[in-house]
Write a protein of this length. Structure first.
Length: 286
């Protein structure tokens, strides 16, 4: 009897292993195909300003849009995440130093990366939050490119990103969104400039960078490790305006608890008063 039990247990385990290997093979192929998909995008032609005022605007935008959070204050890139079994996520060196973008990287390549989430060859960038950048106005986009093109070169050769077994499975299950390019309407016309002011329209424009984590409806994702609801039905709606502003500028909630990563409060701390108040108006309106 014991031998039969062990025999059938062994067979059951073998079936489970084979099913697991079969699923992983399917996930590996599926995610690999998504990673290598080429998007035939023709970037809109832009004139990049070279004046100091535009470059200054671009420098500020690079901060408040979260570019420096991932790529570093010098835009030299860095390893954002690395864990055995999961993989490695690396923000590229955006300068023209050793290990950075090529000397042939032009305006079209900047537009393709920022607005479309694509590499030079049209394949998706990993974890590039272009969903929030695809709606940048032409003036803001050109200012960002103007700044990035003239930053001092940084010699930093970062290791490549790698999608490990765990990340492959989570991506296939829809629990990890690695390919932002899949969610973007690449044929959409560039958005019109939004007049700056303490209005819901301008607040919605400011909030685009928040959609990656808090989702387009700003209701976040439930469960442990999720992101909070910051719409009018969320807990933060009960705060006073000043408490809301103070939280985004200091990284501490009204009760004294700290905002946890990946909440980029250093980014929101750089918002102007108008941007902060407009964001608040918009969030309270939805």
């Amino acid at each position: 009897m014991l031998k039969k039990i062990l025999k059938w247990t062994g067979r059951a385990l073998l079936v489970i292993v084979l099913l697991a290997l079969g699923y992983y093979t399917k996930a590996y192929i599926t995610v690999g195909n998504r990673k290598s998909k080429v998007y035939a995008v023709k970037p809109v032609r832009l004139h990049i300003p070279r004046d100091s005022a535009s470059i200054a605007v671009g420098k500020r935008l690079v901060t408040i849009k979260g570019c420096t959070d991932c790529h570093g204050s010098d835009l030299g890139g860095k390893v954002l995440f690395e864990q055995k079994g999961m993989g490695r996520l690396v923000a590229r060196n955006l300068t023209r130093g050793k290990g950075g973008i090529s000397k042939d990287f032009d305006t079209d390549d900047w537009v393709r990366a920022i607005r479309h989430g694509l590499q030079e060859d049209g394949t998706p960038l990993l974890y590039m939050p272009s969903g929030g950048f695809s709606k940048l106005s032409e003036a803001d986009l050109t200012a960002v490119i103007a700044y990035c093109e003239q930053v001092p070169p940084v010699d930093r050769v970062n290791p490549p990103s790698e999608i490990g077994v765990g990340a492959t499975i989570l991506t296939d299950l829809g629990e990890l969104e690695l390919f932002e390019a899949e969610k973007i309407d690449h044929n959409a016309a560039p958005p019109l400039a939004i007049r700056e002011g303490v209005t819901a329209d301008f607040g919605k424009y400011v909030s685009q960078i928040c959609t990656g984590c808090h989702k387009p409806d700003m209701k976040g994702t439930p469960g442990e490790g999720g992101t909070p609801n910051i719409s009018s039905s969320g807990k933060s709606a009960q705060w006073t305006d000043e408490q809301f502003f103070q939280t985004l500028r200091t990284g501490k909630r009204p009760d004294g608890t700290e905002l946890k990563a990946p909440m980029p409060w250093q980014m929101t701390a750089a918002f102007s008063d108008t941007e902060m108040r407009a964001l608040r108006v918009y969030l309270k309106s939805i």
